[in-house]
Design a protein around this ligand. Structure first.
Ligand SMILES: [Ca+2]
Ligand SMILES: [Ca+2]
Length: 220
């Protein structure tokens, strides 16, 4: 199944599921390996982000390195769900970052934290996150991007680590639903152009062949 197809299936499945309570769930299991597709997250194409969900008392910012459309791209307490952020055309390695403004902690999409835990889950099926279905605005905007040929994958963040300590919070619940957004991605179609070096060698070959033919004619 292609990413687009499975993403669309995921959206449809998420839309069909009834509302699931997402608050204060049981403590989840920390992921302890970096997703290999994010280290590095090598891209060559159009990238757009759609903010979909947050269940977090702390205010979290999402940023990118390099900066593509001003940072932060999402503030989980102020960005409306369904908001589309166009990161434009990008070729290179992209890193996402979460800054927790309450604890001062920073986590990266390409690295484990100081305790050996990973703060990102990547999934094409939104229903896998166990959160309520996509909002109307998020569903409409993601469907629109999928219809334009964008592949859709969802990135979900955990905003605490094992060392998080402040009144009312001890450690992390590892629920990976503190900030969730869709990454919409359309690969650049590039025409293969011969390298100048290849052209010059090819040209030299022609000249060489012509010279050889002339020599053969003379000697004949
Ligand atoms: Ca959490
Ligand atoms: Ca949460």
């Amino acid at each position: 199944m292609s990413i687009v197809k499975s993403a669309i299936f995921g959206i449809a499945a998420a839309a069909a599921v009834s509302v699931t309570p997402a608050l204060a769930g049981p403590v989840g299991t920390p992921v302890t390996v970096v997703d290999p597709t994010l280290n590095p997250f090598a891209l060559d194409g159009q990238v757009q982000i759609v903010f979909t969900f947050s269940d977090a008392s702390n205010e979290d910012l999402i940023l990118t390195t390099p900066t593509l459309n001003g940072n932060p791209i999402i503030d989980n307490h102020t960005t409306p769900k369904g908001t589309v952020v166009n990161l434009g055309n990008f070729t290179g390695n992209l890193v996402f970052q979460l800054d927790n403004l309450k604890t001062g902690a920073t986590y990266f999409s390409d690295a484990l934290d100081a305790f050996g835990d990973y703060h990102v889950k990547l999934d094409t099926n939104y229903a896998d996150f166990g959160v309520p279905p996509l909002s109307g605005a998020a569903l409409a905007n993601i469907t629109n991007l999928a219809n334009q040929g964008y592949a859709i994958i969802f990135m979900a963040w955990e905003d605490h680590d094992k060392g998080t300590k402040y009144p009312g919070v001890k450690g992390s619940d590892f629920d990976y639903n503190d900030v969730i957004f869709a990454i919409a991605y359309k690969v650049n179609q590039r025409t293969i152009v011969p390298e100048p070096l290849t052209l010059s060698l090819f040209g030299a070959g022609l000249v060489g062949a012509a010279a050889l033919r002339r020599r053969k004619k003379k000697s004949a």
